[in-house]
Write a protein that binds this ligand. Structure first.
Ligand SMILES: [Fe+2]
Length: 511
């Protein structure tokens, strides 16, 4: 049989990865996701205890299921393509960070996964693909800007704008705390929040550490000083925040090892981390990266006490290690300005002002997008009874009125596991025969038997495992015209579709 030549070495790659077209990117991606560590999850891998390289990306969905021909928008950011691309980007971004399995007794498969994860081939494919993928999933972010950052041309304008955002941040409720305090099962949703904090956010400090190496004088000293965020160490490196993340995880019975809860990461939360890695890796964007640091620090500072208080209230202060939030050192805007902004403007000149504003504003926008994703996911996941009632109403309607609907039928064998994913259309799940375990958050699953139905809105994360010898189920698309005739549909419409939830920081005064 003729061996297929790799796209890496067939000589047809463009010299500049920035010019990679979507067709070539898609074929390179197929090679990238064929890395064994990225294979789909098996039934026992809802949590991965001992292998930081085991990061299922659903390789089988690349190809026909995901279209890379047109970039994502605000409305498709959480689509299947968005989810899978953020998973892939996280793997690419973390390929130059150090991960070590938790036990010195490393199993052969873990060792092999680590070798593949760090292999020159995997990293080279990542390097080639990253610019294309970042454009694909982040290209729309400027459309979420509340104003044009390039309109800021002087220090006073920049300072006024940053002060405005800080005022709004410190005077508003955290979306996460608000959502968790409003759901019926606060412990369940608070755990999902912590999974994002201990997992997707774990290497954000490493992204900023990318700005520390090199030689650029006073602004570099500022970055080093800025990274002193906790009193017991010189830098906000994972050695410091990692310990606190681990203690938080363990106090809530979550697995503290890196990426143990990988399947439950939300697209939006991964997006923040990936965007930060991207802007901090591209050193031609130093001013944007400094703007991003400024916003990220401000956001953490404005929400950390709310998050600590919320977790203590939900789980009991004596049961919850919140030192990740409690021990951080606050800084005034004046201190931040003197540490980060002033030295950079002096070094790069006034032309850096608009770039700092752009980095700050884009970082604000992507944080808001992630909060929107969290709200949509767990507002739905917390309302299973409503989703089931709605699905029954829909099925009764199409049966009684003989509405022609494509059922999209699947037959799966025992232990067939569907790695967490999303659909790009509203769907029902209808069990015809057999038994399925279905989950839309970690630690809570539902068992569905013949006749059971469930509503799964588009872009909402879920996974399943077949518990019987086989399971036959249908996934009909819920069309908007029929949907609107079923009582209760408004309550199930995710907030991402009903308001501009990506603009959560209110009005901004123009510089
Ligand atoms: Fe599904």
């Amino acid at each position: 049989m003729e061996k297929k030549q790799s796209a890496i070495c067939d000589g047809s790659l463009p010299a500049d990865p920035m010019t990679l077209d979507h067709g070539r990117a898609a074929s390179l991606l197929l090679e990238y996701v064929a890395t064994p560590a990225f294979r789909s999850a098996e039934e026992h891998e809802k949590v991965v205890q001992d292998n930081p390289f085991r990061r299922p990306v659903r390789p089988e969905d690349f190809g026909e299921m995901v279209d890379f021909s047109s970039p994502l928008t605000e409305h498709t950011a959480f689509s299947l393509g968005g989810l899978l691309t953020q998973r892939v980007l996280m793997n690419m971004n973390e390929a130059d960070l150090v991960f070590v399995p938790p036990s010195p007794e490393v199993a052969d498969d873990v060792r092999r996964d680590g070798e593949a994860f760090y292999s020159a081939r995997t990293r080279m494919l990542g390097t080639l693909l990253q610019p294309f993928l970042e454009r694909h999933v982040f290209g729309f972010l400027p459309s979420l800007h509340e104003f044009d950052p390039s309109s800021i041309s002087n220090k006073e304008g920049l300072r006024r704008y940053i002060r405005d955002v800080e005022t709004r941040l410190t005077s508003s409720d955290s979306t996460y705390a608000r959502v968790i305090n409003a759901v019926s099962d606060r412990e369940q949703v608070a755990r999902q929040f912590v999974i994002q904090v201990i997992g997707t956010e774990a290497t954000r400090a490493s992204a900023f550490l990318r700005l520390l190496a090199g030689i650029y004088g006073p602004p570099q000293h500022g970055v080093a000083r800025w990274l002193h965020r906790y009193p017991d160490n010189n830098l906000v490196c994972e050695a410091v925040t990692g310990d606190r993340r681990s203690r938080l995880a363990m106090s809530l019975d979550l697995v503290p090892h890196p990426h143990a809860h990988w399947q439950f990461y939300l697209t939006g939360a991964m997006g923040v981390t990936n965007w930060l890695h991207g802007v901090c890796r591209d050193h031609s964007k130093l001013a944007e990266a400094i703007g991003a640091m400024l916003y990220a620090g401000m956001d953490f500072q404005a929400t950390r006490r709310q998050h600590s208080a919320m977790l203590s209230d939900v789980f009991g202060a004596e049961n919850t290690d919140t030192t990740l939030f409690d021990d951080a050192v606050d800084r005034s805007l004046e201190e931040e300005w003197e540490t980060l902004v002033d030295p950079l403007i002096q070094r790069l000149g006034d032309r850096s002002i608009a770039a700092i504003a752009r980095g700050f504003e884009t970082c604000r926008a992507i944080h808001a997008l992630a909060a929107c994703d969290f709200e949509a996911q767990f507002t739905w996941a917390d309302r299973s009874d409503q989703s089931i009632r709605f699905a029954r109403g829909f099925m009764d309607k199409i049966k009684s009125e003989h509405i022609d609907v494509d059922l999209e039928t699947f037959i799966e064998p025992r232990e067939m596991c569907s790695t967490t994913h999303v659909h790009d259309t509203d769907r029902l799940l209808v069990i015809e025969s057999g038994t399925m375990e279905f989950w839309n958050s970690f630690g809570h699953s539902m068992q569905f038997d013949p006749g059971d139905v469930m509503f799964v809105p588009r872009h909402r994360l879920h996974g399943s495992t077949v518990l019987s010898e086989s399971c036959t189920y249908h996934q009909p698309i819920v069309t908007p015209d029929v949907m609107r005739t079923i009582p209760g549909w408004e309550e199930l419409t995710p907030p991402e579709r009903t308001s501009s939830c990506t603009r959560t920081t209110g009005n901004v005064s123009r510089p």
